[in-house]
Design a protein around this ligand. Sequence first.
Ligand code: PMP
Length: 314
Amino acid sequence: AKCGPDGNFSKGEMLPFGPIALSPSAGVLNYGQGLFEGLKAYRKTDGSILLFRPEENARRMVIGADRMCMPAPTVEQFMDAVKQTVLANKRWVPPTGKGSLYIRPLLIGSGAILGVAPAPEFTFVIYVSPVGNYFKEGLAPIKLIIEDNFHRAAPGGTGGVKTIGNYASVLKAQRTAKEKGYSDVLYLDAVHNKYLEEASASNIFVVKGNTISTPAIEGTILPGITRKSIIEVAESKGYKVEERPVSVDELLVADEVFCTGTAVVVSPVGSITYQGKRVDYEGNHGVGVVSQQLYASLTGLQMGLLEDRMGWTV
Ligand code: PMP
C-alpha cells in the first residue's frame, strides 16, 4: 500500500515476492527513512495459526513512524494487512514445534527527494519467510562480547525505534564479534560506557537470586515485545523484576543472563567477554533455570500449548 504525507494509504494488493521499483532518489535509499517490524506466526497442533501480540508491533510502528517523519498504517490497517498476508501464505507456516513464519512489515520513504527531507510518498510492504527454531535441539547458551569501541545508539538518536539505520551501525561490530567466535555483541551506553543496553537484535536480562533486572527504556534501546512479555511472565511467577540502569559490573555477580527477542525468543547467555576477561554462567550446561523456565512459558503461549490467560495470541 502507498500514501502521501496525509497518511491515507491506498487499499494495497497481494503480489508475488519479488523486486520493488524505487527511484534512485527515494528517501529510504538516500536518507534511511525506513522502519520495520518483525513478528512470527506459529501453527497450533489443531492446525490453526497464532500471532503473538501483533497489535504491539503495530503500535511500535506508529511511534517509530513519528520519529522518522512518516505516516504509519493505523493499528487496524496493520493488523488486517498482517492477517491477510499470513492467510495468503498459510501453507508456509511450519507444523507445531518445527519453526514459524517470520513476518516482516516494512514502511519506507519511497518517494523521490533530493535535499535532506522526508519523502513525499511512502510505501508499506509486508513479506514473509518460514524460519526454523532458533534452537534446533533444546536451549544452547550463546557467547556475547562487549565491544566498547562501538555504540548502537546515543541519547536523542533513534535507538528507541526500529529504524533501518540502527542496524547499519551494528553491522561492523557484529561481524568483528562473529569473526572472533562470539554469537553477538552486547552494547553499553554511549555516555558512561558503563550501563548495559542490548544486543544487536535482542534485549538483555540479568538474574540475581529472585530478582531479574533489565535496562530501563530511555530512548536508546528498543522496547522489545518479548522483553515486555517476559517481564509480565516473570512477575506472575513470583520474581521481582526491576527496570533500571544495569551496570556492566553486575554481570560479574549475576547468577544468569539471558536475551529476549522475536528471533531469539529467550536465549540463555553462557559467557560474556569484556576487556579481555570472560565471565561464565554455569547453570545447567550454561542454561540457567530461570531462562529455561521463562523460555518454556513463552514458547508454550506462542505455540498455543499453554492456556493464554493474558489474551496475547490472535
Ligand atoms: N532490540 C533490538 C535492537 C531488536 O532489533 C529487537 C528485535 N525486534 C529487539 C530488541 C527485541 O524486540 P522484540 O522482542 O519486539 O522482537
